[in-house]
Design a protein around this ligand. Structure first.
Ligand SMILES: [Zn+2]
Length: 238
């Protein structure tokens, strides 16, 4: 199934893969992070679920024209007004009309798939810049203020890590010696990302981040998250 969303003069298409039970829902918003999509599809083919991937340009940022000006945004920074403003400004131009265009897209995306009524959300990402890793959340590092706890595994690549909003997930995945970051839901800066949005909605959420050429590692991570969901009894929608 393919669902188009109009954003200014461009179209962002949501590709939906579904098999068996509709839970879990896995979200991919960065169009250049295809290993994560392949990993999610592998697990959905084995055990069921729904994967929604955004397609537009094959790149991370969505670009559009509106009233003769060019705009761009990171689709994982659009779930709050502060986030929309910041991502439009960082990527170039800002206008109130562009802000409203992006805000409408974010609302349509959440509503179309009833995401705010899910019992759990998996977000699929790949770490692509060779700097962003689980270590980015350690005390003193760039994203330290977002994290309540960090577990670094010496047996895994630091680029393959979970970023979770629920302490149960942190405990469960740490026991299996994955790299795990627990978001501090009270101090995390509101950057308009999904992790902040779903924390505010009180919907358990996790990012599954892996390097682009670590498909097998990422499949193992998605499988571990899926098994954790079943063990915690989170498969049903609210
Ligand atoms: Zn991403």
């Amino acid at each position: 199934m393919r669902i188009p969303f109009k954003v200014g003069n461009t179209v962002v298409t949501a590709e939906v893969f579904e098999r068996g039970d509709a839970s879990p829902t896995m979200l991919n918003v960065h169009d250049d992070e295809n290993t994560s999509v392949a990993a999610g599809q592998t697990i959905i083919e084995q055990t069921g679920g729904r994967l929604i991937a955004l397609r537009h340009s094959g790149k991370r940022h969505v670009r559009f024209h509106l009233d003769g000006s060019r705009y761009a945004f990171d689709p994982n920074r659009i779930f709050s007004d502060d986030g929309i403003r910041a991502t439009l400004e960082q990527q170039g131009n800002y206008s109130e009309a562009a802000h409203q265009t992006v805000k409408r897209f974010a609302a349509q995306y959440l509503e179309c798939f009833a995401l705010d009524r899910e019992a759990i959300i998996f977000a699929l990402h790949n770490t692509v810049d060779e700097t962003f890793s689980v270590r980015s959340y350690l005390p003193g590092a760039d994203h330290a203020t977002a994290a309540a706890k960090v577990h670094v595994s010496e047996q895994r690549s630091p680029f393959d890590f979970f970023y979770v909003t629920d302490p149960r997930f942190f405990g469960h995945l740490t026991q299996q010696n994955f790299n795990v970051v627990l978001q501090d839901n009270t101090t995390v800066p509101d950057d308009g990302s999904m992790s902040v949005h779903f924390a505010r909605q009180e919907i358990p959420y996790l990012n599954i981040e892996a390097e682009m050429d670590h498909l097998n590692a990422q499949i193992d991570m998605v499988r571990a998250a899926r098994e954790m969901m079943d063990e915690l009894g989170l498969a049903k929608t609210k």
